[in-house]
Design a protein around this ligand. Structure first.
Ligand SMILES: Nc1ncnc2c1ncn2[C@@H]1O[C@H](COP(=O)(O)OP(=O)(O)OP(=O)(O)O)[C@@H](O)[C@H]1O
Length: 266
């Protein structure tokens, strides 16, 4: 067995490894040689302003695009050679909603279960548990189009977990949720890490959300500026104001885009 297959099968190595990855759209450089890792059972928040490169990174990690250079390994699988195996173990919530709005809540989930090759019996069992967990059982037969923003997001979360992924990637996943739902969602992420050993990548532009993670990665203009805990960062910069510390790290320029929203503390 090759080392890569051994790692994938045996659960060794990081959940995610990104080595020197670059991506440009024409003249626009979205990522300029990014390297990062996420350990198994680790909850990592990637913080960056709009345009920092978070969505591009997630699109590369989920195989939607290929990087111009660099290497991505997900749960031991090299994305350039074995993306299908990697995708079986990833659950994703994208920034833009990706539901089929004309299908019912349940049909959206059944479609996803089919894509992942779940048996009908297993799919029904998983779907009924997740509908209950996300309080969507009352709207199971309703078309996704008729759901509130919060319920659509809950449906996307249920879908992301349906095939029992070991790595969850969340791109601005709390968008559209009220403060209570945001708090509940972040608590749930912690529970998934603690109880199920899930690895989580949580991309956000909200400073208050990153405090729930084990580690943060600050991304700015396509480059990693910092990787470590929030406590290490404020200690290093001798400041107890995390948001100000991060803005300073980004070279000031508060006008470049928000890092937080008022009255949104989760
Ligand atoms: N399809 C595209 N074509 C051209 N430029 C793009 C495209 N997608 C992203 N970009 C550019 O790449 C850079 C990184 O964008 P990206 O969407 O990855 O950042 P982000 O951190 O996710 O921000 P946001 O939260 O606004 O989506 C930005 O300069 C953006 O304008």
């Amino acid at each position: 067995m090759t080392q890569e297959r051994f790692d994938a099968a045996d659960g060794h190595g990081p959940a995610l490894s990104v080595e020197n990855v670059s991506k440009s759209y024409g003249e626009v450089r979205a990522l300029g040689g990014v390297s990062l890792t996420i350990g198994r059972g680790e909850f990592v928040a990637i913080l960056g302003r709009n345009g920092a490169g978070k969505s591009t990174l997630l699109q590369l990690l989920t195989g939607i695009f290929s990087p111009d250079a660099g290497r991505i390994t997900v749960l031991g699988h090299d994305m350039s050679r074995n993306a299908i195996a990697a995708l079986a173990d990833i659950g994703v919530v994208f920034q833009q909603q990706t539901l089929d709005l004309e299908l019912s809540v349940k049909a959206n989930l059944l479609f996803h279960a089919d894509l992942h090759g779940l048996s009908r019996r297993e799919a029904r069992r998983r779907i009924s548990g997740l509908l209950e967990e996300y309080q969507l059982d009352g709207v199971a037969t309703a078309r996704a189009r008729t759901l509130s923003g919060g319920n659509r997001r809950r449906l996307e979360l249920a879908r992301a977990r349906l095939h029992r992924p070991r790595l969850l990637m969340m791109d601005e996943a709390s968008a559209g949720l009220d403060p209570n739902s945001r708090r509940a969602l972040l608590r749930e992420m912690r529970r998934l890490v603690r109880v199920e050993g899930m690895s989580i990548l949580w991309a956000t532009h909200l400073v208050d959300e990153i405090q729930h993670a084990d580690r943060i990665i600050v991304l700015d203009k396509g480059y990693v500026l910092y990787s470590g805990t929030t406590a290490e960062l404020t200690r290093r910069e001798q400041s107890d104001d995390l948001e100000r510390t991060i803005i300073t790290l980004m070279g000031g320029d508060e006008g470049a885009g928000p890092l937080n929203t008022p009255n949104s503390n989760p």
